[in-house]
Design a protein around this ligand. Structure first.
Ligand SMILES: Nc1nc2c(ncn2[C@@H]2O[C@H](COP(=O)(O)OP(=O)(O)O)[C@@H](O)[C@H]2O)c(=O)[nH]1
Ligand SMILES: [Mg+2]
Length: 323
């Protein structure tokens, strides 16, 4: 996952403390003018390098998969984040430039004057660090939040499981993926997202159960959920819409079918098939569906999965053995 390995962003004060204490040590090792010069070099390098590293660790939002972009944007304000990142870049360059300016002032001066210049340079570095204090904090917070995104791979074919609560979505994902199942938690739903994997003809398919996203009508979702559901549109290759014709799940069948039609409209525009899977066939099959199954009775489950896999219509681009 692209946000998984982002390093923590240092706080302004923290980075400044580190830079100045290393600078003091470097100064102690020498004397006179040279001490001032190496103090300046160390303080400039530590601050500007660390700031630069904060920024380069991030992927370029221009080029990331739209799925990740929208998902990230559901959790943090990506525009604001990019602005903060560019402020940090600005600060890094500003400090480098300041370093060059003061190094030339330190050339051929009395140690006392050099010391004054060096102190002035440190004060200006501290000012710059203070100016981007909030940006560094925002970048650090964004990193902490995005790090927890589940390991969904936009380039692997994805079968998204939708349907009202209690229709058997999790039971299905658990059943067909068994031990390979992982539970990840989206920050915008406390219920956890389950991602399972199945392999067919050397292609790995992701099965994604999305509680809170595709389990109720659009107008009942909050902004974050709506945006996250939008991200799913970039991801899904097929939607398996589960219905419980018995209504045991707590939602009447017509209400369930209305949600299915809403999704079919929306995903149909993107040519993503929405298949109706009647689960709990041990209770009722009284609905027109593409497949009937009972997860608990282990009846028809593999056929339903196979239907989803076929609907993906994925052209397997197998990794070349010579590569
Ligand atoms: N009778 C019956 N119950 C089922 C079937 N599949 C799941 N359930 C039950 O329905 C309930 C809700 O299942 P769950 O997988 O949590 O639904 P989800 O909310 O859609 O993820 C659980 O008690 C399951 O044991 C089935 O095929 N038949
Ligand atoms: Mg569930």
């Amino acid at each position: 996952m692209i946000f998984e390995n982002l390093p923590t962003a240092p706080r302004s004060e923290e980075l400044l403390d580190k830079a100045f204490s290393r600078a003091a040590r470097a100064g102690n090792a020498k004397g006179g003018l040279e001490a001032q010069q190496s103090m300046l070099t160390v303080a400039v390098n530590i601050t500007s390098d660390n700031l630069e590293n904060v920024v380069t660790a991030w992927p370029d939002f221009e080029y990331i998969d739209p799925f990740y972009y929208e998902l990230a944007d559901a959790i943090v304000d990506v525009d604001a984040l990019r602005q903060s990142l560019s402020e940090v870049t600005w600060a890094s360059r500003q400090i480098e430039e300041l370093g060059r300016e003061y190094q030339s002032k330190l050339r051929k001066t009395e140690p006392d004057t050099a010391r004054k210049h060096r102190k002035q340079a440190f004060a200006r570095i501290a000012d710059i660090m203070d100016e981007i204090k909030d940006d560094l904090r925002a970048v650090g917070d964004a990193r902490d939040e995005l790090k927890t995104l589940p390991d969904i791979k936009p380039d692997e074919p994805a079968i998204v499981i939708a349907g009202y609560p209690n229709v058997g979505k999790s039971s299905f994902v658990n059943h067909v993926t068994r031990a390979s199942n992982e539970i990840a938690e989206y920050p915008f739903t406390t219920r956890g997202v389950q991602i399972g994997h199945v392999d067919r003809d050397r292609v790995r398919y992701q099965l994604i159960d999305t509680p809170g996203l595709l389990d109720r009508p659009e107008d009942e979702r909050n902004d974050i959920e709506r945006q996250a559901a939008g991200a799913i549109e970039h991801l899904a290759d097929t939607i398996l819409f589960f219905v419980d014709a018995s209504g045991d799940c707590g939602y009447p069948l017509d209400v369930q079918l209305a949600l299915r039609d809403e999704l079919a409209d929306r995903f149909g525009d993107r040519e993503i098939p929405v298949l109706t899977i009647c689960n709990k066939s041990d209770r009722s099959t009284d609905v027109e569906a593409d497949a009937y199954m009972s997860v608990t009775e282990e009846d028809g489950v593999d056929d339903a999965l196979e239907l989803g896999v076929e609907a993906v219509g994925h052209e397997p681009d197998l990794p070349s053995r010579d590569a």
